[in-house]
Write a protein that binds this ligand. Structure first.
Ligand code: BES
Ligand code: ZN
Ligand code: ZN
Length: 499
C-alpha cells in the first residue's frame, strides 16, 4: 500500500472514498476548505440526527457528484477535549476499514487544521500512518490464492495537509512507516505456526536482521553447549523436553556515543504445551503466541537501522519449546539459575519465569546495563486482572516506569501499573530451594510471577511488561485483526526514540 501526502484542494483529490473527521457537536468547526455543496450535505446529516461526530459514529454518504470522490465517509472523533493520539488512531482505523468494506482502492483522509494543531503535525501524521497499516493488516499467507484475490485491498491512502505543513508531515510519514513495518513484522512472527517459528527459526531471523543492517546490528546465537557452559540451567531445564534445540539469541546495537545502555528481553517459548503439567486442549490452542515477547524484540531491532537511536541496546531471547517427553523437566525438580539461585519447579507450565530468570541474570552479569525491560506473555492471571487489551507494568524504578507510561499514552499501547508488593514474596518461598516457580495459594498470580523475576535483576533498574492479554487478540478490533498484535514494538521504540 502506498501512503502519500497532498496539499491540493480536497475537491480535487482523486480518490474513491473521501474520509472526513469531526469533533462531536462541532461539525462546522471541523470543516475547512470543504466545498460548500458538501457542507450542506453534512449539515443535512446533522439535522437529521444521523451524525454528530461522536466516537461511535460513522456515516457513509454519496458525494452526489459534488466532488470527484464517489463516497464520503464521516467519522466522529468525539469531544475535542478528550482528543489524543490513541483516539485518532482508533477512529482512523474504523474509517479505513469502512472504506475497505466499501471496496475503495484509493482513500483520502482529511483531518482539520485544529486536529493537526492539537497533536502536532508530525505526531498526527505518524499516528494516521500507523493506524492505516495496523488496521489493514491481514495474515493471509496460508489462504488459497483464490481466497486472497477476493479481498479488494486499498492501494493508496492520501493524507490531505496544508502546504506549509508538508515537511513536518513528511517526517511523520517516515516515522509512522518504520513503526508500522516493525509492528507488522512482529505480528507475522506471532501468527506463523510454531512448526515454522522454532527457536532455530527465530535465531535465523535475528541473523538475517543483522545481515541486512549494514553493520548496525551485531547478532550472536548461542547453542545448547554454549548455554550449558554459561550455566543457564534454568533455561535448559525448560528446553529439555523438546527435540527442538534451544537458542540464546543476542542482538546488539551500539551508536558512536551512547547516552545509556538498555537490555530488552522477550519471552521466547515457541510453543507452550505446559510440559508435563500439560495444558488442557482449549488453553493450548493459541500457545504459539508464547514467543510474542521475542517477536517484539525482533520487531524493535528491525527498526533500529532506520531510527538509529542514541542509546546502546542489547536484545536477549532465550528461545525454546515447552514440551512433555521422557526427557522433560518434572514437577519437584530443582534447577540452578545463572545467578546461583536454586528453583524448585512445581509446575512445568510456569516455564516463562524459568527461561527469563537466566536471561535476566545474563543481562545483569554480562551486560551491566543501566536499564532492563522485559516483555513476556507470562501469566493468565494478568489477563484476568487487566483484560485482553492492557499489559501489566511492573518494576523497581519510578522514572523508567513513568517513561513507559508516557510512551503508552503516545502509542495507544495500553499498560497499567501493578504493584511488586513485598508481602507477597512469602508466597514464592520453597521449602527446599531458594524459590519455587509457583506460588502458594490462588490469587495475585501476575504479581507473584513478577516478584519471581525480580529475584534475578538485582539492583538494576527494571521494568516488566506482562503482555499475556494484548499480545494476541482473540476478537477482531479496529487496529488489530484476530491474532498477533505486535504489542510492545511501538511502545518500546517510542521510549527508545525519546532517550
Ligand atoms: N504462557 C502462559 C501464560 C499465558 C496464558 C499467556 C494465556 C497468554 C495467554 C504461561 O507460561 C503459563 O502457562 N502460566 C501459568 C502459570 C501458572 C502455572 C502458575 C498460568 O498463567 O496459568
Ligand atoms: Zn506455561
Ligand atoms: Zn508460557
Amino acid at each position: 500500500m502506498k501512503i502519500s501526502l497532498k496539499a491540493s484542494k480536497i475537491s480535487q483529490l482523486d480518490v474513491d472514498s473521501l474520509n472526513l473527521f469531526f469533533w462531536e457537536n462541532e461539525l462546522e468547526k471541523s470543516l475547512r476548505d470543504i466545498p460548500t455543496g458538501l457542507i450542506s450535505l453534512i449539515k443535512e446529516a446533522e439535522k437529521r440526527e444521523e451524525f454528530k461526530g461522536g466516537r461511535d459514529e460513522i456515516l457513509i454518504l454519496s458525494s452526489k457528484g459534488l466532488i470527484s470522490s464517489y463516497k464520503l465517509i464521516l467519522t466522529g472523533l468525539g469531544k475535542k477535549n478528550d482528543f489524543n493520539r490513541a483516539v485518532l488512531a482508533e477512529q482512523v482505523a474504523k474509517s479505513i476499514r469502512k472504506s475497505k468494506e466499501n471496496k475503495a482502492v484509493r482513500v483520502g483522509l482529511v483531518l482539520s487544521d485544529d486536529g493537526f494543531n492539537k497533536l502536532g503535525v508530525k505526531n498526527a501524521v505518524q499516528t494516521i500512518v500507523e493506524a492505516v497499516f495496523l488496521s489493514t493488516y491481514r495474515f493471509l499467507k496460508y489462504k488459497s490464492e483464490e481466497e486472497r484475490n477476493k479481498i479488494r485491498e486499498i492501494e493508496e491512502v492520501i493524507v490531505a495537509v496544508s502546504p506549509g505543513r508538508l515537511s513536518l508531515a513528511e517526517e511523520g510519514i517516515d516515522i509512522g512507516k518504520s513503526m508500522s513495518i516493525a509492528a507488522l513484522y512482529a505480528r507475522d512472527l506471532v501468527n506463523e505456526p510454531s512448526q515454522v517459528t522454532t527457536p532455530t527459526f527465530l535465531a535465523d531471523e535475528a541473523i538475517r536482521l543483522g545481515k541486512n543492517s549494514q553493520g548496525l546490528l551485531k547478532v550472536t546465537v548461542l547453542d545448547k553447549e554454549e548455554i550449558e557452559k554459561l550455566g543457564m540451567n534454568s533455561f535448559l531445564g525448560v528446553a529439555k523436553g523438546s527435540d527442538e534445540p534451544p537458542k540464546f539469541i543476542i542482538l546488539k546495537y551500539k551508536p558512536a556515543r551512547p547516552k545509556k545502555k538498555l537490555v530488552i528481553i522477550g519471552k521466547g517459548i515457541t510453543f507452550d504445551t505446559g510440559g508435563l503439567s500439560l495444558k488442557p486442549a482449549e488453553h493450548m490452542e493459541t500457545m504459539k503466541l508464547d514467543m510474542a515477547g521475542a517477536a517484539s524484540i525482533l520487531g524493535i531491532f528491525s527498526a533500529f537501522p532506520s531510527f538509529k537511536p542514541s542509546v546502546e541496546v542489547v536484545g536477549l531471547i532465550a528461545a525454546c519449546e515447552n514440551m512433555p517427553s521422557g526427557k522433560a523437566l518434572k514437577p519437584g525438580d530443582i534447577l540452578k539459575a545463572l545467578n546461583g539461585k536454586t528453583i524448585e519447579v512445581l509446575n512445568t507450565d510456569a516455564e516463562g519465569r524459568l527461561t527469563l530468570a537466566d536471561a535476566l541474570s545474563y543481562a545483569v552479569k554480562q551486560e551491566k546495563p543501566d536499564e532492563i525491560i522485559d516483555l513476556a506473555t507470562l501469566t493468565g492471571a494478568c489477563q484476568v486482572a487487566l483484560g485482553q487489551d492492557i499489559a501489566g507494568l511492573f518494576g523497581n524504578n519510578e522514572s523508567l516506569l513513568h517513561s513507559l507510561e508516557r510512551a503508552s499514552k503516545e502509542t495507544g499501547e495500553q499498560v497499567w501499573r501493578m504493584p511488586l508488593s513485598e508481602q507477597y514474596k512469602e508466597l514464592n518461598k520453597s521449602k527446599i530451594a531458594d524459590i519455587k516457580n509457583i506460588q502458594t495459594g490462588r490469587y495475585g498470580g501476575a504479581i507473584t510471577a513478577a516478584l519471581f523475576l525480580q529475584e534475578f535483576v538485582g539492583t538494576t533498574a527494571w521494568a516488566h511488561l506482562d503482555i499475556a492479554g494484548p499480545a494476541y487478540i482473540e476478537k477482531d478490533t479496529p487496529l488489530t485483526p484476530t491474532g498477533g498484535a505486535g504489542f510492545g514494538v511501538r511502545l518500546v521504540l517510542h521510549y527508545i526514540n525519546t532517550l
